[in-house]
Design a protein around this ligand. Structure first.
Ligand code: S3P
Length: 427
């Protein structure tokens, strides 16, 4: 079955921010019309940005940019909802403004660490005031600080932190040099370079050196089609591997940036028939097809080196492991604890709830594969990716699994349940 998935969530949010900061009119097609990008769009509107309603069919959106100095003080707190990317990237932009602002989010986002963004921004001269708990939203970003150039060694490989710093550099016109300990997704580097703010990077050990040496006075508007989200494509791929529907899918028009496709290698190491084919480029990103077919899976050992490029897909690997022969061990994945929920805990509790044996580790989990029918209720803890991976497991013939709080998928994949039902019946 040939299919497509909605636009990339990371790229959509970056596109909205960069189009707002650019000089001139951007033309964006394929933007993801989901809750996270809507939160980011609403925050940018409150800052004066001219972002229309995101069309549900991904048709073209025109955004007239305000320029690097054109944002204005928002009338109230900026509520980023569930969007970690929106909140963290905007902290970088807001740190460079003349005015002060407050950023907040839903209870999940308020529980996630923000000190990891604030600290390096403080090294640039930014000023933050935590309004409730130190290191957590809501936070006041006190404007009017002249930011200075930095050269930093980041302690975590986080694309959100890296992007916040690069955006602060661009918005305030100062160089930003950094070293990241792993190779986190590089969409911001590619998009900034495309907009006329060249970011150079090279591999350094297991990580990368990233340099914005010459921030320009203005960003060029964007002309791009946002590729399908490889994280969303992982659900039909997992479904095919598990034999849901006809046990075969080809996802077309999906982003295949190598910093995002770590799951392909992991599925292959499990014996999964997954083929990735790059067909071309869109807005500086490789795009192509991901095809998968029903496979006999075996356990895999996932270690720290595998984690960054597959971070959002580890829940899918854990669910595949529940249907693989042997015991899968995932380690070096402590970052899962600070996602939309503690994903290690959520995976362990829900796998157990449907009858899979597993163990919680500090920085990962162990999953014992089984071919017995799985039954039970899943509580995704308001986490879209947990809901969707268990949704796929529920669609496997012979299982009787009920996923609660299904509406949470709207965060990143509108229409997911219809999509899955289609796959199950006709796929
Ligand atoms: C994202 C970066 C990753 C990822 C998240 C989206 C981004 O988070 O897990 O879903 O768009 O930059 P971290 O930066 O916290 O690793």
């Amino acid at each position: 079955m040939k299919l497509r998935v909605p636009g990339d969530k990371s790229i959509t949010q970056r596109a909205l921010i960069l189009a707002t900061l650019a000089e001139g009119e951007s033309h964006l097609t394929g933007l993801l019309p989901a809750e996270d990008p809507r939160s980011t769009a609403a925050a940018l509107r409150a800052l004066g940005g001219g972002i229309p309603t995101l069309p549900s069919d991904g048709s073209e959106v025109r955004i007239r940019g305000l320029g690097l100095r054109g944002l204005r003080a928002p009338p109230g707190p900026l509520d980023l909802g569930n969007s970690g990317t929106g909140a963290r990237l905007l902290l970088g932009v807001l740190a460079a403004q003349e005015f002060s602002s407050v950023v907040t989010g839903d209870s999940s986002l308020r529980s996630r660490p923000m000190g990891r963004v604030a600290q390096p921004l403080q090294a640039m001269g930014a000023d933050f005031g935590w309004l409730q708990e130190p290191g957590h939203l809501p936070v006041e970003i006190r404007g009017g600080r002249a930011l200075r150039s930095v050269d930093l060694d980041l302690p975590v490989a986080s694309a959100q932190v890296k992007s916040a710093l690069l955006l602060a550099g661009v918005a305030s016109g100062v160089p930003v040099l950094l070293t990241e300990p792993g190779r986190s997704r590089d969409h911001t580097e590619r998009m900034l370079t495309g907009a006329g703010a060249p970011v150079l990077s090279h591999v350094r050990g297991p990580g990368r050196r990233v340099e914005l040496r010459d921030p320009p006075g203005a960003l060029r508007p964007l002309e791009m089609t946002v590729p399908g989200d490889p994280s969303s494509a992982t659900f039909p791929v997992l479904a095919a591997l598990l034999g849901v529907g006809c046990g075969e899918v080809t996802v077309e028009g999906v982003g295949l940036n190598p910093t995002r496709t770590g799951m392909v290698e992991l599925f292959r190491r499990m014996g999964g028939a997954v083929v990735l084919e790059v067909a071309g480029e869109e807005g500086g990103e490789p795009v192509g097809t991901l095809a998968a077919r029903s496979s006999d899976l075996r356990a895999v050992e996932v270690t720290e080196a595998d984690v960054v490029a597959a971070i959002d897909e580890l829940p899918a690997i854990a669910v595949a492991a529940a249907r693989a022969e042997g015991t899968t061990r995932i380690t070096g994945a402590g970052e899962l604890r600070v996602k939309e929920t503690d994903r290690i805990r959520a995976l362990v509790e829900n796998l157990r709830a449907v009858g899979v044996r597993c163990e919680e580790l500090d920085d990962g989990l162990e999953v014992e594969g089984t071919d017995a029918p799985l039954r039970g209720r899943v509580d995704p803890r308001h986490d879209h990716r947990i809901a969707m991976v268990f949704g796929v497991l529920a669609a496997q013939a012979g299982n009787d699994i009920e996923v609660e709080g299904r509406e949470v998928v709207e965060v990143s994949f509108p229409g997911f349940w219809r999509f899955l039902e289609e796959l199950r019946r006709h796929g």
